[in-house]
Design a protein around this ligand. Structure first.
Ligand code: NAD
Length: 348
């Protein structure tokens, strides 16, 4: 391992500039972002100048060959996650890949296999796991306070929150819309708290009711003429262990709140809601509700990136694993397949 750890960035857009690069740079002297690549060279150069990164590339393969990197962040549209992660792993790098892991379950499997072969870390940008409330609830669950978890429910709904930048409304480049973009964060959070059970059957429905016409854009003006993804996704997932999960997410829907997210977890000894955290139990012949008196403010993107570095430095296992990447991608793929065919989809 070189000292400082040499980091390369693939994709110089919003999440790279707003989260990954500043987070690496705030870690301190053990880490240096030495190069950035973007298929549009001007963007790479501009990003390198903005963050005082020594080298800018147009071609990530050339960067991987020349820069002797220890680790990379992949911050490109979803279509490129798998091929770029695999190339970086083959080049001997640890990889932090933005969410979702990939476009398909097969791709996520190939990424997991490559990470195993290379003996390198592969982890994903599921930063909600670093929210203090999620951490607290995980400790309650691991401590047995909720008993056996048998059901969960989650939503991430925006009233008019279709991203106006990037390629989030382009099915070819992203693989889908709200499910694979914002919904995937809550899906991952629920699965993480449930212990990532193996999915069995998925029944889903997706809708495209608002995105193909102009409207009030709370996340910028979206490209309604080329909107090719779902603006709402719903589904039910059953698992091999008998538990089940209900899911809903929207980019746009005619709901009251502008943006709302929630994860509900039900166990036989207690239940909980997240965002905000509230725990429901029966104790000493009384029904009791528990809420934290204080929730720490945190830059969760920074926590995610710093944890990635800690895992590299101290040979630690990251919170989000390649196998979980495969499982969540199986669910996403099955939900889209079920929405397309109108039939429930059995996984495996
Ligand atoms: N964790 C989060 O909360 C979060 C938030 C936003 C985005 N993301 C994820 O990050 C990824 C990027 O999103 P963004 O908002 O930064 O998008 P963006 O459009 O702002 O940035 C993507 C960048 O990748 C570049 N690019 C496109 N194709 C490329 C290729 N083949 N090779 C190299 N560079 C290429 C683009 O020119 C652009 O600079 C997506 O997968 C998205 O899901 C995660």
């Amino acid at each position: 391992m070189s000292h400082p750890i040499r980091i390369g960035i693939i994709g110089a857009g919003e999440i790279a500039r707003g989260a990954h690069i500043p987070s690496y740079q705030s870690y301190g002297q053990d880490v240096q972002v030495v190069s950035v690549s973007n298929h549009n060279k001007d963007k790479a150069v501009q990003c390198a100048e903005q963050f005082s990164i020594p080298y800018a590339y147009e071609d990530e393969q050339q960067m991987l060959e020349e820069m002797e990197l220890d680790a990379v962040s992949i911050c490109t549209p979803n279509k490129f996650h798998a091929s770029q992660a695999i190339a970086a792993l083959k080049a001997g790098c640890h990889v932090l890949c933005e969410k979702p892991p990939a476009m398909t379950a097969k791709e996520a499997e190939k990424m997991a296999l490559e990470a195993e072969k290379a003996g390198k870390i592969l982890t994903y940008g599921f930063h909600f796991r670093f929210q203090p409330e999620v951490e607290t609830l995980k400790k309650y669950i691991d401590g047995g306070e909720l008993g056996e978890i048998y059901a969960a429910q989650t939503h991430y709904n925006r009233r008019r929150g279709i991203p106006g930048w990037g390629v989030f409304t382009n099915k070819e480049l992203q693989g889908g819309g709200t499910l694979i973009d914002n919904g995937v964060h809550m899906l991952d959070t629920a699965l993480y708290l449930m212990g990532y059970p193996t999915p069995k059957t998925v029944l889903g429905a997706t809708y495209q009711k608002i995105g193909q016409r102009p409207g009030v854009g709370l996340m910028g003006e979206w490209d309604y003429e080329n909107f090719s993804v779902e603006d709402m996704a719903r589904g039910m997932i059953t698992f091999e262990n008998g538990s089940s999960l209900m899911f809903e997410s929207t980019f746009a829907a005619n709901v009251e709140t502008l943006s709302s997210k929630k994860v509900s977890i039900l166990g036989d000894r207690g239940g909980a809601d997240l965002f905000p955290l509230k725990i429901y139990q029966e104790k000493y012949d009384t029904l009791v509700d528990t809420t934290p008196a204080h929730v720490e403010e945190r830059n969760v993107h920074e926590y995610l990136v710093h944890d990635f570095i800690e895992c590299i430095l101290h040979n630690k296992q990251p919170l989000s694993t390649p196998l979980e990447g495969v499982l969540i991608q199986q669910i996403i793929q099955a939900l889209y397949e079920s929405a397309r065919t109108g039939e429930a989809v059995n996984i495996n």
